[in-house]
Ligand binder design. Structure first.
Ligand code: COI
Length: 369
């Protein structure tokens, strides 16, 4: 079979004027509520030689056989990327090659066919160009890009599907969640629930990592917390927070300011924002960067001694999100993240935004339009 579809085979069918939708107002955007006029579709059919020609078409509903494997066994994966309209009015993607790499790893894990990520980036860039009027003209909003890949074969065997559909849809977004609390978001840690486990697929971006988080997230919300802090193991290792990677800033034994995040040990999604934060901060001379195990006990001890300065979440959808409080074992731990003079989370956030919105030229940003 063909090892990949190719951009040069792309077929474009533009929406007719009557199919174009009114664009939402900036204040109504929220997260993932509106979708642009077009989508990208690439079918895979083993009996037709594998990958078919990519197509951009007007956004449409899918027609799926009720036995499709995606619906039964979650043979499915997705990615989260963003397109940013810069101060120069150019549109940029942020490290799309890393999303493609991860998407192929997720595909491999789920028995879905792999493809050439560079070809998909070119198709996505064309899709964004076609719907460029939808890319918000404001630095508080972006265009969220959602590549999705589903197993279509309508049979009940738990095995690699012989047909699949890769599609990409676009959604102009502003904030993922509202926090009216200027001390940062609050986290609920429930040691009885895990997001991922050794040998599992917690390091792959498959929908089945997200569906089963709803119950405990709803419990957290009921208790007044924004997000769930995901712990693992008898020593309550911090792994992720909500749908984000987690970072901590503290003063180490040598008196050095340290930025730490848990290592990629299989329980953690290899976030593009996570990796970028690590790479950018490792060039700063006034901070030590570490990938290390962080236990709840360590958080509590550092906080008691006044050496815990900040905690924050990092992800594509949410960006950089300061954490103000953790609820754990009937206790509340207050983190002084937003009380710092020159917080690291703000520096990280500003550095990323400067790259994404074209305030500085940087190899992480790719101009596509
Ligand atoms: C992202 O940060 O892009 C994510 O994938 C989170 C998503 C589950 C909303």
């Amino acid at each position: 079979p063909d090892l990949s579809f190719r951009f040069e085979d792309l077929q474009v069918k533009l929406a007719a004027p009557y199919q174009l939708q009114p664009k939402p107002e900036a204040q109504d955007l929220g997260f993932g509520k509106f979708f642009t006029d077009h989508m990208l579709k690439v079918h895979y059919h083993q009996h037709l030689g594998g990958w078919q020609k990519p197509e951009i078409i007007p956004l449409e509903n899918l027609s799926i056989h009720p036995a499709a494997k995606a619906l039964h066994y979650a043979i499915q994966l997705f990615e989260g990327m963003k397109a940013y309209r810069g101060i120069d009015d150019k549109i940029r993607l942020f490290r799309p090659d890393l999303n493609m790499e991860r998407m192929n790893l997720s595909a491999q894990r789920s028995g879905l066919p792999m493809f050439d990520g560079a070809e998909l980036i070119k198709c996505i860039a064309r899709l964004v160009q076609i719907d460029q009027e939808w890319v918000p003209h404001s630095e508080s909003s972006t265009m969220y890009i959602r590549p999705t890949f589903i197993g279509m074969e309508p049979t009940f065997g738990v095995m690699a599907p012989d047909s699949a559909l890769l599609f990409v849809i676009l959604s102009p977004v502003s904030v993922y969640y509202k926090s009216d609390d200027d001390s940062g978001v609050s986290m609920y840690a429930d040691p009885s629930v895990v997001r991922a486990f050794p040998g599992g697929a917690g390091n792959r971006k498959v929908g089945s990592n997200y569906g089963p988080t709803i119950e405990v997230t709803a419990k957290a919300a009921k208790l007044g917390y924004h997000q769930v802090l995901w712990l693992f193991g008898p020593d309550h290792e911090l792994t992720e927070v909500g749908a984000m990677n987690i970072f901590m800033v503290y003063v180490n034994e040598q008196g050095e300011k340290t930025l730490a995040t848990p290592p990629l040990n299989g329980l953690i999604l290899p976030g593009v924002t996570r990796r970028s934060v690590l790479e950018l901060a490792s060039q700063w001379e006034d901070i030590t960067v570490a990938e290390e195990v962080i236990t709840m006990d360590r958080v509590i001890q550092l906080n008691k001694s006044g050496r815990l300065l900040e905690m924050f979440g990092a992800g594509t959808a949410v960006g950089i999100s300061p954490i103000g409080k953790i609820g754990f074992m009937e206790k509340e731990i207050h983190i002084p993240t937003t009380k710092q003079q020159q917080p690291v989370f703000q520096r990280v956030k500003d550095t990323l935004l400067a790259i994404q919105y074209g305030h500085v030229e940087h190899p992480f940003a790719t101009v596509i339009s």
